[in-house]
Design a protein around this ligand. Sequence first.
Ligand SMILES: NC(=O)c1ccc[n+]([C@@H]2O[C@H](COP(=O)([O-])OP(=O)(O)OC[C@H]3O[C@@H](n4cnc5c(N)ncnc54)[C@H](OP(=O)(O)O)[C@@H]3O)[C@@H](O)[C@H]2O)c1
Length: 211
Amino acid sequence: MHLGIVGSGNVAQILARGFAAHGHTVKLGTRESAKLADFAKANPSITIGSFKDAASFGEVVVLAVKGLVASTVLEAIGSDALAGKVVLDPTNPIADVPPVNGIINYFTGPNESLMERLQKQMPGARFVKAFNSVGGGLMVNPKLPAKPTMFICGNDEAAKKVVAGLCEQLGWGTEDVGKVEGARAIEPLCMLWCAPGFQRNDWAHAFHVLR
Ligand SMILES: NC(=O)c1ccc[n+]([C@@H]2O[C@H](COP(=O)([O-])OP(=O)(O)OC[C@H]3O[C@@H](n4cnc5c(N)ncnc54)[C@H](OP(=O)(O)O)[C@@H]3O)[C@@H](O)[C@H]2O)c1
């Protein structure tokens, strides 16, 4: 598949390399391609462009940007480049303040979510939440005692199937939490995932649902 990764940080680079290693054709988008010179050299099969270039390129678009600017970035990309596309959304609505005793602060409230805002902003795109509640270091084929669970949600069943397939390739089982409102439950899992990290520098874990 053609994957357009909007973003150039940890998550963008890790997922870009991971998807490329599994045979996908990847373009990464940034405001400043010069800063990715080393990445481009080390990963010659991954092309670099603007946010809009990456979004236009992708059959699946990964929105790997800071939660606070996600809406602004979508506005800059425009609805045409995202029309009908699967948008894999790993963003978290992290506020610009430090964690309180290891618990990060969100700029959203309990009965809403960032993905609902983004889906409303871009009704023609098919958003699926995924990869928001695990650290970048464990996103791609993590070595853990059991297959970890990726919680996903979104309004479009076919889009969720595509994302579930991508999760499977990267070594994850999926748990479907329903429509876009499922993000109200999934986004806070990042707070929970980060707590042992900020409290005792323990970042080597992932969620796994038992039945
Ligand atoms: N880091 C993790 O382990 C992790 C794990 C799970 C989920 N997440 C979530 O995944 C997303 C990406 O996280 P990250 O740690 O890789 O990177 P990040 O530092 O949260 O975001 C970096 C990206 O945001 C863009 N950006 C920052 N400020 C901007 C602005 N004012 N206008 C436009 N774009 C701006 C940057 O653009 P340029 O490329 O132009 O610099 C860059 O592509 C976040 O929402 C985060 O909460 C992160």
